[in-house]
Design a protein around this ligand. Structure first.
Ligand code: AMP
Ligand code: ZN
Length: 437
């Protein structure tokens, strides 16, 4: 059967001019809606002199104050909503490790639009109604479960809502149901392969897997390539966050060079996290998003704390929706060690270049003799040869490359494959024992 390359041709083929015209219209509608429906935004916008009548161009967006995670916490649970609760049909909440969690409300229309965005992403990378989609995310408050579920159903695939964990059962579903598309976080994709090897399952021979949506946590290009080689699939980076619904915000196209962010849903800004001034396309900064297609709880200029950049230039796929680069991490993931700012992804990028290493690692930071010290435990892969001097040479080379990248010298320790703790949700990569909560 021949299909269109687009799920929403009218939106996916808009030119830059058309995108911007639509954004301005939707921004103005959203502002009116927030101003009239949300006491929180009415006050904010009045105080800033940014009432809807004052916003007449996309540049005027900068007059609107930022919304922060703290605002969501301060108004917990429903204080930013722009519609009465009786109009809402679902909420999602993020697990707050400190303070109140954050809550996002959705109307039936919001859920419909969210499902549409996810379906658009999956269609873009070749998913079609003939496919069998298996979701390995937890169903519940984590948006990767229900978000992908409704998106995949909207597209029309046969869905297997396997949910998180129980890896043997996941593998049985792959083989029994002929799963072709999987959604998994990167750490779990690697785990699936490990268990396949233990059970003598060859993904290329014994399954029909071909497409993997991986996201929810930062991962390097080498990690992606490894996962693709292991499972014999194409793996596409999927970006989202609960505050913006969940998955479906930005997704790689088949070019695998940056994630198209759906600009009929979001206005993107990249700002310097210190000055909060916009940075030019191509430069890294904090991602700030304004929802322009949401009813229950639109967020204006939301500071995501995620660090990324806009990839300049146009994409060969023809879609003119901007592309976000791979996330560098969140500003709050940054480790400050001996005055140096380090992102875990910098360490992962080095580690994953060594075929002798498996995918799992754990960074521990502690105080030793009044000094900050970093230890990296990393699992060895199967291909390692049991030879002490080769092991020492490997350790030396990894340490040297890490030092070049992060400017400090960590202690690298090799541990047997499978020995680091595995989590069912997002992988825990950093243990900072210096913190005293
Ligand atoms: P949550 O709201 O719990 O779904 O977490 C959202 C956060 O997960 C984002 O703000 C990012 O920090 C992170 N995240 C989601 N998708 C990706 C991705 N593809 N790459 C890197 N980080 C991601
Ligand atoms: Zn593209």
């Amino acid at each position: 059967m021949s299909y269109s390359p687009y799920f929403n041709p009218d939106m996916e083929t808009l030119s830059r001019l058309e995108i911007e015209a639509l954004q301005l219209k939707r921004l103005k509608d959203t502002l009116e809606h927030c101003f009239n429906g949300s006491a929180f935004y009415k006050k904010r916008l009045m105080e800033a002199g940014a009432t809807p009548d004052k916003i007449n161009s996309l540049d005027d967006l900068r007059r609107i104050p930022f919304t922060t995670k703290q605002d969501l916490r301060d108004t917990y649970p429903f204080g930013i909503a722009s519609v009465p609760l009786s109009k809402c049909t679902r909420l999602h909440s993020s697990s707050g490790t400190t303070g109140n969690p954050t809550v996002i409300l959705h109307t039936a229309r919001d859920l419909e639009q969210w499902a549409n965005a996810v379906a658009r992403c999956l269609w873009m990378v070749g998913c079609r109604p003939e496919d069998v989609f298996q979701n390995t995310s937890g169903y519940g408050m984590f948006t990767g479960g229900l978000g992908f579920q409704y998106g995949a159903e909207k597209l029309g695939m046969l869905t297997v809502p396997a949910a998180a964990g129980n890896t043997l059962r996941q593998l049985k579903f792959f083989t029994d149901f002929g799963t072709t598309v999987v959604h998994a976080i990167p750490s779990y994709a690697a785990r699936l392969y490990e268990v396949m090897c233990e059970r003598g399952i060859d993904p290329r021979r014994d399954t029909k897997l071909k497409i993997l949506a991986i996201g929810a946590e930062p991962h390097s290009e080498d990690t992606r390539k490894r996962i693709e080689d292991m499972l014999g699939v194409k793996a596409y980076n999927s970006f989202g966050m609960s505050e913006m619904c969940g998955p479906g915000v930005a997704f790689e196209c088949k070019e695998q060079n940056g994630m198209h962010i759906w600009e009929d849903y979001y206005i993107v800004e990249i700002v310097d996290p210190d000055t909060l001034e916009p940075v030019p396309d191509g430069e890294t900064g904090e991602l700030v998003l304004t929802t322009i297609n949401r009813e229950a709880m639109p967020l204006l200029r939301y500071r995501t704390r995620d660090l990324t950049r806009i990839i300049p230039g146009s994409c060969p796929c023809g879609r003119e929706h901007k592309r976000l680069d791979r996330m560098k991490g969140r500003s709050d993931d940054m480790i400050i060690l001996k005055g140096v700012n380090i992102f875990p992804i910098q360490i992962e990028t080095i580690l994953m270049q060594f075929k002798e290493l498996a995918s799992d690692y754990l960074i521990t930071i502690e105080t030793r003799e009044n000094n900050d010290a970093m230890t990296i435990d990393v699992e060895l892969s199967d291909i390692f040869i049991d030879d002490m001097s080769a092991l020492q040479r490997l350790e030396k080379e990894i340490t040297r490359q890490l030092h070049d990248e992060i400017l400090i010298t960590p202690k690298v320790r090799f541990v047997p494959k499978g020995s680091l703790p595995k989590s069912e949700g997002k992988a825990v990569r950093v243990k900072d024992l210096r913190k005293t909560f």
